[in-house]
Design a protein around this ligand. Sequence first.
Ligand code: PLP
Length: 495
Amino acid sequence: MIKKATPHLTQNEPLVFERSSPGKNGYQLPALDVPPVDAAAVLGADNTRTEIEDFPEVSEVDAIRHFTRLSTYNYAIDLGLYPLGSCTMKYNPRVNEAVARIDGLTWIHPYQPDALSQGAMEIIAALEAALIEITGMDAVTLQPAAGAHGEFTGILLVRALHESRGNARKRILIPDSAHGTNPATARMAGYEVANVPSNDRGMIDLAALEKLCDEDTAALMVTNPNTLGVFEQDITRIAEILHAKGAMVYMDGANMNALVGIARPGDFGVDVMHLNLHKTFSTPHGGGGPGSGAVAVKSHLVPFLPSPRLERSGNAWRWNYDLPQSIGKVRAFYGNFGVLVRALAYILAHGGPGLRNATLDALLNANYIRAKLEPYYEHPHKAPTMHECVFSDALQAKHGVRTGDIAKRLIDYGFHPYTVSFPLIVHGAMMIEPTETEGKIELDLFIDAMISIAEEAEREPDTVLHAPHSTRTSRVDEVTAARKPIVRWKPPQKV
Ligand SMILES: *Cc1c(COP(=O)(O)O)cnc(C)c1O
């Protein structure tokens, strides 16, 4: 009945410490032919040791098999579809990795003098220029390390602009469908948050926005398309409402995968936005790995951008630190350079028409999934879908099966779960973003799995309620796992 062909390996692999046996090792070194250094004399006796207690002693093949088996417990984009909505988990083309591994790029050091860093600076400049073209904005900083960090940087820019005009203002307006990082950002930048309600089509309620927006409003933070996968069709009117009160429009650009090559935020009234390069422009992400939250601004915010700024001087690039109105540095050096290289490789490998095609394919895939699943799952907001679609578990909840249960059951079918219970305005949300990289065969497998689970929820809800059945561990106490994680192995007490 289960059609997807990637069973989980369920070998009961012990910890590497448990594989250890005294005297085994995985290396052979020639005998030391220089006088040994007395480490204790150099570093101090307190800082040196001759033995590492309970250090695992294993052979090369033991180590390789151990880590290879562990790797099979993981799900990866190279194994299959990763339908996490809002995350844009697309396949990462290998050419990005090949480029990022070029010797001159992997060995470069940020303290190298400008004269020896011109190639790397050219990469940064080329990426800035490409992102300006894609967003329709006037300038870009690549310093922020992730989307949330880009939001924080962007709102600090807004604050600096208002301060330069004599009043930092008090409040940031945020739609109720927003990602949690938006209100967190506003608070961290010292602003109050006011919630803007959505209408029944899943868009900002204009009348409510007009009421809320006043001279104390610093900015609106809007995700477009929003987290329901719906394009805010009144965005230019929204921008007019904000601008009439001297407030800024901040766009959370995490969903730019739906717009690249089609529409530019700079053309529909946005003053400042971030891009998640690790989403829209590929590069592996998840689990807190490196990202890049590039921030793009219109000209009135340029003087406040983080320092240093890259500038052309004669035939060379140089870093300009002499920026009296800058908010200062937001990160060491110039951003996550490896991610920047991958994003530029992605953009150049696709070219303009290729990027536009990727967007259209992402939209097509999401709409295909929505149309196929609509008979089986409730689709609460009846607006056209962009690059992702949001269902609710209302039909399955009648049998006691909730979004989290369906997500767990997907694991048995060989898929990573979709995004569970977000956005918050959809009760029992199931948020699905296939991205453009999935072909029809993979999409159909996923759709079959979802339909099959909907049928199970009706006929044999227990199968879904106790899923996953095919993994090494089944359900864990997620709250305790998140709040009190035990991330360090300790040797068993010696007796
Ligand atoms: C992912 C995401 C963010 C945060 O980006 P990070 O890179 O994870 O910090 C913010 N808003 C939306 C809508 C997102 O999807």
